[in-house]
Design a protein. Sequence first.
Length: 306
Amino acid sequence: MLLTTDKVARATSVEMPESAIQASKSSNWLLGADVLIQLPSVEDAKTVLAGTTPERQAKFAKVAAEAGLNKKLDAAKVRGVFVSYPSKSYAANQQLDYASYEQMVWAGIGTDYTAISTQAQQLKQLLATGKKVHITSPAGTDLTFQLAARPVFVDDGVLTAADQQEKLIYNRTAALPGGRIYGTSLETSATGRLAASPGTWNGKPFQGFKADFKSGQMANAKADVGNEDLQKYLATYDPSVMQLSSFSIGLNPAMKAQEQKGYNPNTAAGMVLVGIGAMNCRVAKTRLPPATASPSPTRPWKSMVK
């Protein structure tokens, strides 16, 4: 059992000198484990991360990438589940009504994963045979990227006996609440406009983010709220690495976004997340269909994946 506290997490994440930042040695114990059951590591992330800098985040990201933990986990035999239980501090930070938020999270954990799995597996097949994805939203997103026959992963809240024998760690893990399908895109392929949903970044409001893409490269990125932090963050990276590289599609009908409060869970049905470098942006209200157990649940998606 590995335990931490918000105080310890803040000491290592924010207060420790940048010169001392290195790959977490505690990750090594994962490589010898058979089964992992993980809970949120901090209670109040906003307080823990208050005062962190883009430069510091970039250093952590660089160290983590160089450590190559995911490849090591692929070679290990560990499988597991991450359970995200309702947090009163998180609800307060997001200005969510706790009773409603708590009810939604538990409903998301206990939802019908058979229906989600049915839709996810058929959507996975559609993505595996499709060539490109086109995302639009009322806020102004009109973005296309190519799939290039990359692996597609399913988190349907269940680890079957077959899942546990998979070679890749992403196929041997699940989350609760679960319900999403995700993968990587051809990095040089994204073209169009991205208008992200309101959210929070390091515990602060982040709203009105927009950016253009051409040949995968992001340009003209700005935000109405949080732009100063955004520009500092972008300045820490070579512009060439700011490419659209990953995506996920939420499938859980019990999880609901509250855009006006910046609450956009990845697993919410219809929520699309795209990864740009080390930054994730969410696009809500894409009018994607909820999970269904009908004989052809992929039919409504065919206008999105071609």
